[in-house]
Design a protein around this ligand. Structure first.
Ligand code: ADP
Ligand code: MG
Length: 331
């Protein structure tokens, strides 16, 4: 089973940012309100994710590190309507097979914290008492220490950290109610504060957009929310004459997941078609919420692409929402 884990690790764990993605998604699934991401040397040396979520009881700590141990799928029907972000039950096992992994946790209902330690292929999981507030920390040391071929493919510290930064920016964009703190080599690099104090969903999201992109961006956008049947679309579209050509801000989320979907991109291009110069790129933040059975998220394993069951309808709703925003600027 350990070798199987290491093979699976090749799929789940491509580089430090893929480890961060899995661990932050676990923290989100656990209902965390604050997540700290503490990175050393681009993640080569250390990745530490600390949350204040529901925790893992002592007797389930070792289990959480074993392959296909997921607490998130209760029955086969759940597979068809995947609501939580994780569902494969192999991230922790895979990561621990290519690193030295310590998971420390304290559920509210338990008086003490406990740690489980696993190291590479000889994963005799050791459970020991520890000190930790309510929640969970997962520490990944020396990623790929036992898979030299993979270690060789790691890019410079700066490159790996910039992948992590991009990832956290995207996740923060989709979860404005959660506080994220990102550290690199002991220094706080980014702090996204919970926008919960603002009183409506649009303000909460706008608050996070100005943290993630800039407050200037917000001033150049028009906002629309459209609803059709059970489809909800919210759009922040940048005024065409202000759209950049280099490093455009482009964020599209479907049920909370960042997507680079062809249908979505096509709809946005169509809406902007007559108002951008050739070199300009549309700039936007887009959220689409729809029933889980209206969308197939497993088209692409990395889950950047989806298949919509009512593709034409969705396409037209996106075009309309963007066109409405763009028209605001020509009044
Ligand atoms: P999955 O997320 O697909 O279920 P993982 O290997 O990522 O599989 O995690 C295994 C299990 O460990 C999860 O189902 C969950 O029960 C537990 N777990 C992992 N991380 C956390 C966390 N930060 N807080 C609470 N429980 C966690
Ligand atoms: Mg997971």
């Amino acid at each position: 089973p350990q070798l199987a884990n290491q093979i699976a690790a090749g799929e789940v764990v491509e580089r430090p940012s893929s480890v961060v993605k899995e661990l932050v998604e676990n923290a989100l699934d656990a209902g965390a309100t604050k997540i700290e991401i503490d990175i050393e040397r681009g993640g080569h040396k250390k990745i530490l994710i600390k949350d204040d979520g529901k925790g893992i009881p002592k007797d389930q700590l070792a289990l959480a590190l074993s392959r296909h141990a997921t607490s998130k799928i209760a029955n086969i029907e759940d597979l068809e309507a995947i609501v939580s972000l994780g569902f494969r039950g192999e991230a922790l096992a895979s990561i621990s097979s290519v690193s030295r992994l310590t998971i420390t946790s304290k559920p509210k209902t338990q008086n003490e914290a406990w740690s489980a330690i696993a190291e590479g292929l000889d994963m005799a999981v050791d459970v020991k008492p520890a000190a930790h507030p309510n929640g969970t920390s997962v520490e990944v040391i020396d990623l790929f220490f036992n898979t030299p071929a993979r270690r060789k493919f790691l890019r410079a510290e700066k490159t790996e950290f910039s992948h992590i930064e991009t990832l956290i920016r995207r996740i923060a964009m989709s979860r404005p109610e959660i506080t994220f703190v990102l550290k690199h080599n002991g220094k706080t690099v980014k702090r996204y504060r919970s926008q919960c104090h603002l009183d409506d969903a649009i303000s909460v999201q706008s608050g996070r957009i100005s943290e993630v992109i800039s407050s200037g961006f917000l001033e150049m956008t028009s906002v629309r929310s459209v609803q059709y049947d059970q489809i909800n679309i919210s759009v922040w579209a940048c005024r065409p004459d202000m759209c950049k050509s280099v490093n455009p801000a482009q964020y599209a989320f479907v049920n909370g997941r960042m997507m680079r979907d062809k249908l979505i991109q096509h709809a946005i291009r169509q809406a902007y078609a007559n108002s951008l110069h050739a070199e300009q790129q549309p700039e936007y933040v887009l959220f689409i919420e729809l029933p889980a059975d209206e969308v197939d998220v497993n088209v692409h394993p990395a889950k950047h692409e989806v298949r919509f069951h009512h593709a034409r309808l969705l396409h037209d709703l996106i075009v309309t929402a963007f066109q409405d925003c763009i028209q605001d600027f020509s009044r």
